[in-house]
Design a protein around this ligand. Structure first.
Ligand SMILES: C[S@@+](CC[C@H](N)C(=O)[O-])C[C@H]1O[C@@H](n2cnc3c(N)ncnc32)[C@H](O)[C@@H]1O
Length: 544
């Protein structure tokens, strides 16, 4: 323990001297034997994500990357672009002169590479092109000269690759030749009674197993000798089937009479969002007031928290860890709710109640809440102001609301692309979305180039959420100010503002006060329009 204190103190000293490697070494000394030191665990993760990779620290940072990627309690996606730079794939890409075969085992069998495929969306076009090529070659090789020895050598890679394809919902471009080859493979599988895991994996690179009716019966009771294969089957086959069953039996409190709500319901039931797999190690038993005291002087004793538009449950699960909290999580997508219910069950969480309910009908819960969280939801309603009204009506007088809304300036290219799609009347089908994505990939248009850089470009449900959403409203600070005033609400603060942005803002507006705050942020955003690309996330309360 005294070693731990010493390491923390030394780590702090190193940070003060801007010696990030040094600080990380000290923190890692503690964390390598104790992942439950959550604060340090997150600090070191953050340092890892923003550290500069050099020849000197390369091996150490790779150890850190492996440490976090072997663990399941972190948002791996945040470290994606850093971790990928530490793989042999990247090394090979940089050494352009070095020719390697497509199936270089040093690349595809590397542990870190496989963990990244398993735990992140591959948001890197070079890697996507590489994987697209590999997929086609694998299929051809498998069907031409069945070389089982070769395929067994890359068995674990095939599993994580298939998991990745399921995760991104098969968004990669597929040629007609591949379509024909898949039919051939499916015909072969149909003729056999027993299960060939390699064939299953190859098929899973192209389509979800629960769309392969000829396989369903066989797979339901299949247990492999490989734990990895069983885990894969649970992820891509058993879990989605279970979610469908649970969603069908879910009782709705609303009748979803609003037309936009019905459209959103169908969208998020077809494409539940976000399809997360891993989440943060919960800070179990923490007092919520230690967090909320930066926004309010009210003491929340047994906080009752509403998550309005909870989607697939990530936030509900995170907030459920607070001491004595009770979570009410509401969404209109029964499939997203089923996903959330399963995740909560897997984690043995008991203090969340899920409701299939339109946010417009919150009064049906007969409850008032201390804290309401609604991010990424109101702007998908016909009239977001009615949604906000509904939230305000169920908020206790001293309660807090945390909102997340889209920024018009940050999303200008996205809005342009949405209009482009609407003008051309492109229907929302999986096929059309894939075709349109390929069009973006091949386009030189600057606005479309911007879309390629967004994480939402890399999975089908994200892509739909980004560009094919039925309803979307965007804001600037002036509009937000008017919205809040109309509901007698007061802006308190941003949630987790990036420290560099805060510093820059202060430099531009040193004398800002409460009254001029939102106008000043509006001026700031005119200069730096992409500041709020991840939404405006902020806390508000009632003007009492
Ligand atoms: C973009 S997702 C955001 C999910 C989650 N809040 C998050 O930040 O990850 C929007 C969610 O809002 C839900 N939603 C949209 N309109 C709603 C309404 N009128 N009532 C309840 N939920 C709604 C959708 O079903 C979807 O799950």
């Amino acid at each position: 323990m005294s070693d731990d204190f010493e390491n923390v103190a030394l780590g702090k000293q190193k940070l003060e001297k801007n010696d990030i490697d040094g600080a990380m070494h000290h923190l890692h000394n503690i964390l390598k034997d104790n992942k439950d030191h959550i604060e340090l665990y997150l600090i070191n993760f953050d340092l890892f994500c923003r550290n500069q990779i050099t020849i000197k620290n390369y091996d150490f940072l790779k150890t850190i990357a492996e440490y976090y990627f072997r663990d399941n309690f972190i948002y791996h996606q945040l470290a994606f672009s850093q971790a990928i730079k530490l793989t042999n794939f990247y090394k090979n890409r940089k050494a352009k002169t070095r020719k390697s075969s497509l199936f270089d085992l040093d690349i595809i069998n590397e542990e870190l590479f496989q963990l990244i495929l398993k735990k992140c969306l591959i948001a890197d076009l070079d890697l996507e092109f590489y994987l697209t090529k590999i997929r086609k070659k694998l299929l051809k090789k498998f069907l031409s000269k069945r070389d089982n020895q070769f395929f067994m050598k890359i068995y674990k890679f095939l599993i994580v690759f298939a998991e990745q394809k399921f995760f991104c919902e098969f968004i990669y471009h597929e040629t007609d030749e591949e379509k024909e080859l898949i039919k051939k493979l499916e015909n072969k599988i149909k003729k056999k009674d027993d299960i060939c895991e390699l064939s299953i994996l190859l098929i899973s690179l192209y389509k979800p197993l629960n769309k392969c009716n000829y396989l369903k019966k066989k797979l339901v009771s299949y247990i492999s000798r490989s734990n990895e294969f069983n885990e894969f089957l649970k992820y891509v086959f058993h879990d989605p089937d279970k979610d469908k069953q649970v969603s069908r039996s879910m009782k709705s409190l609303s009748n979803f009479s609003n037309k936009t709500s019905r459209l959103m319901k169908s969208q998020y039931e077809e494409n539940p969002f976000p399809r997360w797999r891993y989440t943060l190690r919960p800070m179990e038993g923490n007092d919520i007031n230690e967090f909320t005291n930066r926004y309010s002087r009210t003491f929340f004793k047994k906080p009752e928290i509403l998550i309005a538009g909870c989607g697939t449950g990530q936030q509900a699960i995170a907030w459920s860890a607070y001491k004595d909290s009770k979570i009410y999580a509401v969404d209109l997508s029964s499939v997203s709710l089923a996903y959330a219910v399963r995740k909560a069950e897997e984690k043995n969480i008991k203090n969340i109640s899920f409701y299939h309910l339109d946010l417009l009908d919150l009064d049906l819960l007969n409850k008032k809440f201390d804290i309401i969280i609604s991010t990424g939801c109101l702007h998908h309603m016909e009239k977001p102001e009615d949604g906000l009204e509904s939230l305000v009506n169920v908020l206790k007088p001293q309660g807090l609301i945390y909102l997340g809304l889209y920024s018009k300036r940050a999303r200008s290219e996205i809005e342009w692309t949405r209009r482009y799609i609407q003008k051309r009347k492109i229907d929302v089908t999986e096929y059309n979305m894939r075709v349109f994505r390929t069009k973006i990939l091949n386009s030189k248009n600057k606005k479309l180039q911007f879309i390629k850089g967004l994480i939402d470009f890399f999975s089908l449900s994200n892509f739909r959420d980004l560009l094919f959403n039925y309803t979307e409203h965007t804001y600037d600070f002036i509009k937000i100010k008017e919205l809040l005033e109309s509901k007698k609400l007061k802006f308190i603060a941003f949630n987790a503002m990036n420290p560099d942005t805060a510093k820059l803002f202060k430099a531009h507006f040193p004398d800002v006060n409460d009254k001029s705050l939102l106008e000043s942020w509006d001026k700031f955003e005119k200069i730096y329009p992409k500041t709020f690309i991840n939404m405006y996330n902020f806390w508000i309360k009632k003007i009492n």
